[in-house]
Write a protein that binds this ligand. Structure first.
Ligand code: LMR
Length: 353
C-alpha cells in the first residue's frame, strides 16, 4: 500500500514535470524561438492570422510586412502568415491574439465590437463618398485615427495598434435588383458583427444576420441569407458573385482594417526589433494603400467577365437616397458608443461638404 502510494507520487511528479516542460515549450512557440538568429541574437516568430485570401489588399499587405520585417531584422524575426481563416477565423482570432497563440491580426473594425465598440466609427454608413477621401479621414493623425490608436479598451485588452489598412468601399450584393432602399425591404443580409451595420440595414427595411466571413459563401449559396456587403476584392476572391445575380455599386460603407499586435509580445522584443516591426508595419500600410483601389477595380472586371452578375451603377441621386435613409440617423444613434465629440466633428465635416 505504502509502496503503491510512493509510485503514484513519483508518477505525479513526472506528470507535473512533463507538463511544465510542455508549458515552457508552448511559451517559446508563442513568439520567442529557441536558438539564435542569423547574427546570434534571440530569434522570434510572429504568427499572423487573417480571414481573406493572399490576393486581397489585406493579404498582399501581410505578405509585404513579412518580406520587409524578415529582411530588416536579418532573419531574427520570422513571420508565418495563415490566410483564409485556416488557423483562426472571425470568432476566435481576437481570443487567439490575446492569449498569444498568434501575435498579429488585421481584423476589420467591425470585428472589434465586443472588445472595443468605439471602433465601429469605421462602420458608419457613408463615412466616405469616394476612395479618395479615405487617406485623410482614416489616417493615424486624423480624429478617427486617434480614436483608434488611443482606444483604451484595446490597450486594456493587451492589444497594440500598429497601423490602419484599407480594403475599400462596400457594395451590396443579392439576387434582386437594388436601385432604391425600398428594394431591400424584406431581404436578409449577412453582416459583420456590428450594431452599426445592423441599424444600417434596419433603416433600409432589411434584416441582417452576423456571420463569420468564412461562412458567407455557403450562407449565400444555400439561401440562409439573401445578400451581403463587401468590397469587390472580397466578393470576387470568395466567389460570392457566382451565387449572387446582382451587385449595386453603392460605395455605401468602408472596410478598414486595424493592424494589431499582442502588446506583451511586442514589449518582449528587444528595442531594435520593436523598431523594425513598427517600421515594417508602416511600410506595409503604405503599400496597402497603393494597391487596394487597383485590386478592387481588377476584381470588379473579373466579376464582369464571369458573366454571373449584373452590376448596377447608381446615379448620384439614387446613391443619395440610400444615404438619406441612414445619415445622420445611424451616426447619431451610436454617438454614445463611438464618442459624442467625434460624431459631432464628423457630422460637421459632412455639413461642410
Ligand atoms: C468581412 O467579414 O466581410 C470582412 O471583414 C472580411 C475581411 O477581413 O475583409
Amino acid at each position: 500500500m505504502i509502496r503503491r502510494h510512493g509510485r503514484r507520487s513519483k508518477v505525479a511528479v513526472l506528470v507535473v514535470a512533463a507538463a511544465l516542460v510542455l508549458a515552457a515549450c508552448g511559451a517559446r512557440g508563442a513568439g520567442a524561438d529557441a536558438g539564435g538568429g542569423a547574427d546570434g541574437g534571440e530569434s522570434f516568430t510572429i504568427k499572423f492570422s487573417h480571414v481573406v485570401t493572399p490576393a486581397t489588399p489585406k493579404g498582399q499587405a501581410a505578405e509585404r510586412f513579412k518580406e520587409v520585417v524578415e529582411e530588416r531584422s536579418g532573419g531574427r524575426v520570422t513571420v508565418e502568415i495563415y490566410p483564409n481563416s485556416e488557423l483562426y477565423g472571425d470568432k476566435d482570432e481576437l481570443q487567439a491574439l490575446q492569449s498569444n497563440s498568434v501575435q498579429m491580426l488585421a481584423p476589420a473594425s467591425a470585428k472589434f465590437t465586443t472588445v472595443a465598440p468605439a471602433l465601429q466609427v469605421l462602420d458608419l454608413p457613408f463615412l466616405f463618398d469616394s476612395v479618395e477621401d479615405i487617406p485623410e479621414v482614416a489616417s493615424p493623425d486624423s480624429a478617427v485615427g486617434k480614436a483608434i490608436y488611443e482606444n483604451e479598451a484595446l490597450a486594456a485588452s493587451n492589444i497594440k495598434v500598429m497601423g490602419l489598412w484599407d480594403n475599400g468601399l462596400k457594395q451590396l450584393s443579392s439576387n434582386t435588383e437594388m436601385r432604391t432602399p425600398a428594394s431591400l425591404a424584406g431581404l436578409s443580409f449577412r453582416i459583420q458583427p456590428s450594431d452599426v451595420l445592423r441599424s444600417q440595414f434596419e433603416k433600409w427595411g432589411a434584416s441582417s444576420t452576423p456571420l463569420a466571413f468564412a461562412e458567407v459563401y455557403n450562407a449565400l449559396q444555400q439561401g440562409v441569407v439573401n445578400g451581403q456587403e463587401n468590397p469587390y476584392s472580397n466578393i470576387e476572391s470568395q466567389n460570392m458573385h457566382t451565387v449572387q445575380s446582382h451587385i449595386t455599386e453603392s460605395n455605401h460603407g468602408y472596410i478598414g482594417y486595424v493592424l494589431v499586435i499582442n502588446n506583451q509580445f511586442f514589449e518582449s522584443l528587444p528595442p531594435d526589433l520593436q523598431e523594425v516591426v513598427q517600421s515594417s508595419a508602416d511600410e506595409a500600410s503604405t503599400y496597402n494603400r497603393e494597391v487596394a483601389a487597383k485590386l478592387n477595380s481588377d476584381a470588379r472586371t473579373t466579376i464582369e467577365q464571369a458573366g454571373t452578375t449584373t452590376i448596377l451603377d447608381l446615379t448620384p441621386e439614387e446613391r443619395q437616397a440610400f444615404k438619406d435613409a441612414v445619415v445622420p440617423s445611424v451616426w447619431e444613434q451610436y454617438a454614445d458608443v463611438i464618442g459624442p465629440e467625434l460624431i459631432a466633428d464628423l457630422l460637421a465635416d459632412q455639413a461642410a461638404q
